[in-house]
Write a protein that binds this ligand. Structure first.
Ligand code: C2E
Ligand code: MG
Length: 735
């Protein structure tokens, strides 16, 4: 029996109300006396009714399959009786709702049994034929009319067939148009009849998977789900459940589905659940191929979390890994986790000597070697430059971290062949353990402190983080903070160490002072610090630029005063830091110091440490040339330490070399060193440079340099660095 809802839906869809029924009657020429005529004849056709049943029985006997089909759909055993009963209604002429419903049901039954209208027409033709014989008596006319009925019904069947075919064609075209549109949108269509587990799939849907309908197998959800990636299946099921239970307006999820060749592609599944007018629950929607976009997205995500050179995790990913690890360590029963901070010891030299390309290859090779030292579950990230961080999870004991660190050091110890060069590198490693409540940044800092310790202890080794390191780092930090306040707190002082002209007097006294070297001191917390204790910190914070400017200004002003009061020929020698030398403001800074003090440029000496001379820094070279052109003398400080190639002596605009004190002290030890000292002094002379011997501590050293015609000297033997007052006293006593 076809469901009541189905018929209601059908009535609603064809909008068959009373008004429509009246119009229908009108169109068929139904008159007011028609019911009368029929009811008058009703009693005469009783016998004909039962004749009809028999004839129908005989007629259908030649079409058993169709009849069986119709019986199943109409859920009845005796179609003939049913039909007769239906036709009997004709004579009663009650055109009400029940009548309409009943007639539509007949139509539905035929359609559901997949029988064309011809089948229905054939029963009605038989009925009319039977009734004709019952109502008329003239055999010839009966015969003629019977033939006419057959002809008309044949006509009707063909016309109706044409009508239905045209309708079907139109539906097909609409369907095809819809599919074309969806194809253009690259979307496949699907519809799932949930109760019957039937799946309708458009050709585009199948084509995306390079499958034919047969290759897909029977169209049910089982075959669909079987093609989903096992990792995505739970997700799709969840999204389906959410939508079907009304918790999401639309079904919307991305998943991977298997193609014919076994590859998976990413698709976007969209759908909407609805009930048809027939009451079936359907889930229908589209499926779009989003593989390319998804791959791009995945590539971008990969790029965001990985180092492009080595393919290792980057800092951002390391952050995530650290957070995960921290969370794990909070769980009971978790074993130890250690963080290793690795820094190559001599990577800069590789870059400088063999070029950046070789440096890059080296980093890739190092990354590979380090990675091979890890177990599955451990992580390695490139932290930046030549720094790597390793996260070791689930360690039985901390000794294991040491083993891994040692394995890494060993793996780096064998030389590498890169771009035809044989290179050897080593690394230093700082190790720390993950305590339960330390922020990630502090962990890295702790491992970094341990790394610093490993470097200080001689490189190519590992060191563990200890609390003392933290204390030392904090002390350093507060020292740095105090240093930045040094100028405003007037904690800096310039001392002046005389440089004597050895050629003027046999006895060195204030009259033979050629220059003073300005030497910086920092008074802090009751101590007087020498530059080696704070100069690096000043450099790191850039504070050196302000302090250096202050030294230059103070020294120029002081020397100018001494010139005016006591020694008109006194020279002022000032040390410059590497950052000052590279600064684009250096020349204007020097000019200002000279102008504000009134010191003539020719009385200023600028001292540049030998290791700060770098020809690749064009700004430094330009600065030195301009200062030299102004008449300022340039001195190469600490000469002989071996940092600068001899060629630099010609390349830079030098006036003076200051022979390093280590060379002077060594000169006395043996004859070879004596010869080296002698050679360096001679070298200066032959290049027409003034030579100052630094660090003269003993009369013997003094006589040695004097004997080598070195014309200038400086050292504790001659004078300590003096405060401005002390120096004033020294030179004022002479006048
Ligand atoms: P430097 O330019 O080589 O200065 C000479 C250093 O040797 C000074 O150390 C001085 O006190 C020390 N000295 C002098 N005579 C003797 C001696 O007979 N024996 C020994 N062993 N040492 C002697 P100081 O003052 O500690 O300065 C150290 C370094 O700090 C200087 O080396 C210079 O490179 C740097 N420096 C000093 N003041 C400044 C400054 O204002 N700016 C910059 N950028 N650097 C500075
Ligand atoms: Mg110096």
């Amino acid at each position: 029996m076809l469901s009541k809802e189905k018929i209601n839906a059908l009535i609603a869809s064809i909008d068959l109300n009373h008004q429509a029924l009246r119009e229908r009657e009108h169109l068929l020429g139904w008159q007011a006396d028609d019911p009368l005529h029929l009811s008058e004849a009703a009693h005469t056709i009783q016998q004909a009714q039962s004749d009809f049943i028999q004839q129908l029985d005989a007629h259908f006997a030649s079409f058993p399959e169709a009849v069986q089909q119709l019986k199943t759909v109409a859920n009845t055993e005796s179609l003939q009786l049913k039909q007769a009963w239906d036709n009997q209604q004709l004579w009663q002429n009650i055109h009400n709702d029940d009548y309409i419903r009943q007639q539509l049901q007949v139509g539905l039954e035929y359609q559901s049994a997949d029988l064309t209208p011809l089948w229905y027409l054939s029963t009605q033709r038989l009925y009319l034929d039977t009734m004709l014989k019952a109502l008329c008596s003239e055999p010839r006319q009966i015969q003629q009319f019977s033939s006419l009925i057959k002809a008309v019904f044949l006509d009707m069947s063909l016309v109706l067939e044409g009508y239905c075919a045209a309708h079907k064609q139109q539906l097909k075209e609409n369907q095809a148009r819809f599919e074309r549109t969806m194809y253009g949108a690259n979307d496949g269509l699907w519809e799932w009849d949930i109760a019957n587990d039937q799946l309708l799939l458009s050709s585009r849907w199948l084509e995306m998977l390079e499958l034919s309908a047969e290759e897909f197998g029977s169209h049910n959800s089982g075959n669909w789900f079987a093609r989903m990636h096992p990792e995505d299946l739970p997700l799709v099921r969840k999204a389906l459940g959410k939508h079907l239970s009304g918790h999401s307006k639309f079904l919307d999820c991305e998943y991977r589905i298997r193609k014919k060749n076994g590859d998976y592609i990413w698709v976007l599944l969209r759908g909407f659940a609805n009930k048809t007018q027939m009451g079936r629950q359907l889930l229908s929607g589209s499926q779009a191929d989003i593989h390319e976009r998804k791959e791009q997205q995945q590539n971008m995500t990969y790029a965001a979390f990985h180092d492009p050179l080595t393919g290792l995790a980057n800092r951002r990913r390391l952050d995530q890994l650290l957070q995960d690890s921290m969370q794990r360590t909070q769980q009971a029963g978790t074993r130890e986790t250690a963080l290793l901070f690795i820094d190559l010891d001599n990577f800069k030299q590789v870059n400088d000597n063999y070029g950046h390309k070789s440096g890059d290859y080296l980093l890739i090779e190092i990354a590979n070697r380090l990675q091979k030292c890890l177990r599955p579950g451990d992580h390695i990230a490139r932290f930046g430059g030549d720094e790597f961080v390793v996260l070791l999870d689930d360690l039985a004991c901390l000794k294991d971290a040491e083993h891994v660190a040692q394995r890494m050091l060993d793996s780096l110890s064998s030389a590498l062949r890169i771009n035809g060069y044989i290179l050897s590198v080593s690394a230093s490693i700082g190790i720390t353990v993950l305590p339960h409540d330390t922020p990630a940044s502090e962990l890295l800092q702790a491992a970094d402190l341990a790394l610093y310790q490993a470097k200080m202890a001689g490189k190519a080794q590992f060191a563990h983080y200890t609390q003392d390191m933290q204390a030392a780092a904090q002390a350093l930090q507060s020292k740095q903070a105090a240093l930045t306040q040094g100028l405003s707190n007037q904690q800096f002082e310039v001392l002046y160490q005389p440089i004597y002209n050895l050629s003027q007097d046999s006895e060195q006294n204030s009259s033979s002072i050629y220059a003073v070297e300005a030497l910086l001191r920092w008074h802090h917390d009751g101590h007087c610090y020498r530059p080696q204790n704070f100069l690096d910190l000043l450099e790191q914070s850039d504070e050196i630029l302000a302090v250096g400017a202050w030294v230059l200004k103070s020294a120029c002003a002081a020397v100018r005063q001494w010139q005016q009061s006591f020694m008109p020929q006194l020279h002022c020698s000032v040390n410059l830091s590497y950052k000052q030398l590279r600064s684009a403001h250096l020349v204007s800074l020097v000019k200002t110091a000279l102008e504000s003090s009134g010191l003539a440029a020719s009385y200023l000496i600028i001292e540049i440490a030998e290791n700060h001379l770098k020809p690749e820094c064009s700004q430094s070279l330009a600065n030195l040339r301009e200062l030299s052109m102004m008449g300022i003398q340039i001195a190469l400080d600490n000469f002989g330490m071996g940092h600068a190639p001899l060629g630099y002596l010609k390349r830079f605009p030098l006036d003076i070399i200051k022979v390093d004190k280590s060379l002077i002290s060594h000169s006395l030890k043996d004859s070879l060193n004596k010869d080296i000292g002698q050679a360096i002094i001679s070298l200066g002379h032959s290049l027409n440079l003034k030579v100052i011997a630094e660090g003269i501590e003993s009369p013997y050293q003094l006589s040695f340099v004097k004997g080598r015609q070195c014309e200038f000297a400086q050292g504790y033997l001659l004078s300590d660095p003096l405060s401005a007052e002390q120096f004033t006293t020294l030179i004022s006593s002479r006048s």
